[in-house]
Design a protein around this ligand. Structure first.
Ligand SMILES: NC(=O)c1ccc[n+]([C@@H]2O[C@H](COP(=O)([O-])OP(=O)(O)OC[C@H]3O[C@@H](n4cnc5c(N)ncnc54)[C@H](O)[C@@H]3O)[C@@H](O)[C@H]2O)c1
Length: 363
């Protein structure tokens, strides 16, 4: 029975990993700073949304001595603590790098001091940038879309070789990494730090590249939240979900209960492997949908107004990114179990994490 430290265990995904591990009978410790810009002040430090038998450490992952203490007697680290999302503006850059990369560096240093050699990293599909495409000549990659094209409503990336629209395809883990925004750059850096740690000290790590995770306890009312949470929050206010671009962006929406299951499989995978073994896995449903389809299904299930396609865009967003889920299935034995219709229906009725009342100056 592995003793697991879940960093970011008070968050949306981390808390579900905690619950799944506790259900399995594994002892769990949580380390979380309860960032003031993602948690409501009434929740901070309390751990009251966590199972009662979980040990809770209220500390920042950048605090070396707190992390060293929290790693006492730990077999595996599940590293979820991070500043997430696309960011509000470029001013957020230092905070992203500090939280995500310095935080990971401190954690890995203390893990090495403690002789801990097993780790699961919460990585992301954002490391790929645009997904994989096919043009008339074969497999192709897409360049970043220009402000001019987006403003003119030309959302589909064109083939750099033929100048024509391309067919999106599922991406696999061997695709080159091409981060397109600051958050994505910090996730790539996290992966690189984990590889360096494993190489230097014989560590074993599974890096889970989550696709679009949705489900109960998604954050409500934060500017950093993903689309699923923004759509759900809009419906709760009685508003129509606002869908950017033309709504035809393809994504893989994966339910958080499946992501928690994938984490347990990955934790088990780290046991008994060769020192230095590091592997990336897409964690996805394997069934792509468009953002517009997700919004429409959610509005229907909620009984709210139909979504509005606004044509707005964000420069850091990619057009299509969907996953091959084959490696996780073959090597981790993980296949998503929550299908789209059921997941969206449940999400329409689920409780969101309480909204943040203020934008904290916490760094
Ligand atoms: N939500 C998604 O769709 C998605 C997709 C891909 C990857 N991820 C990754 O999954 C992980 C969890 O994301 P989430 O959606 O649950 O976000 P979240 O904001 O709900 O949870 C993150 C948790 O980490 C904590 N935290 C942040 N910085 C910290 C620090 N320096 N020290 C200690 N605790 C800190 C926060 O207080 C929060 O409780 C992140 O690493 C994120 O990059 C999420």
């Amino acid at each position: 029975m592995p003793h697991v430290l879940v960093t970011g265990g008070a968050g949306f995904i981390g808390s579900q990993v905690v619950e799944a591990a506790v259900e399995r009978g594994w002892p769990v410790r949580v380390l979380d700073s309860w960032r003031g810009d993602v948690h409501a002040s009434s929740d901070i430090g309390l751990g009251r949304r966590l199972p009662s038998d979980v040990e809770v450490v209220h500390a920042d992952v950048r605090d070396a001595s707190a992390v060293f203490d929290a790693l006492d007697d730990i077999d595996v680290i599940s590293h979820h603590a991070a500043k997430v999302g696309l960011g509000v503006d470029f001013d957020d850059t230092t905070d992203y790098v500090d939280s995500n990369d310095l935080g990971t560096a401190v954690l890995l240093t203390q893990a090495a001091r403690r002789g801990i050699r097993r780790l699961v990293l919460a990585s992301s599909m954002v490391v790929y940038g645009e997904g994989r495409y096919r043009d008339a000549l074969g497999s192709a990659s897409a360049l970043a879309r220009s402000q001019t094209d987006l403003a003119a409503g030309r959302f589909e990336p064109l083939s750099p070789r033929t100048g024509l629209p391309m067919q999106p395809e599922p991406i696999d883990e061997d695709a080159p990494l091409d981060p397109r925004n600051v958050y994505a750059a910090t996730k790539v850096a996290q992966e690189n730090l984990v590889r360096a740690w494993a190489r230097a000290g014989g560590g074993v790590a599974a890096m889970l590249r989550y696709h679009n995770v949705y489900g109960p306890r998604m954050p409500g009312g934060t500017p950093y939240a993903g689309v699923a949470s923004l759509f759900r929050s809009a419906l709760e206010r009685g508003d129509a979900p606002q869908v950017f671009e033309d709504g035809a962006q393809r994504r893989d929406f994966v339910h958080v209960a499946d992501v928690a299951r994938a984490n347990l499989a990955a934790i088990e995978w780290t046991s008994g492997r060769e020192p230095g073994d590091v592997r990336a896995f897409n964690i996805a449903s394997g069934h792509p949908h468009t953002v517009g389809e997700f919004a429409a299904a959610l509005s229907r299930a909620y009984g709210g107004p139909d979504p509005i396609v606004t044509g707005e865009f964000r420069l850091g967003d990619v057009r299509h990114i969907t996953a091959s889920a084959r490696r996780a299935s073959r090597e981790l034995g993980f296949t998503a179990q929550v299908d789209f219709e059921r997941g969206v229906r449940e999400f329409a009725a689920a409780v969101l994490r309480p909204a943040v009342e203020r934008r904290s100056a916490e760094r």
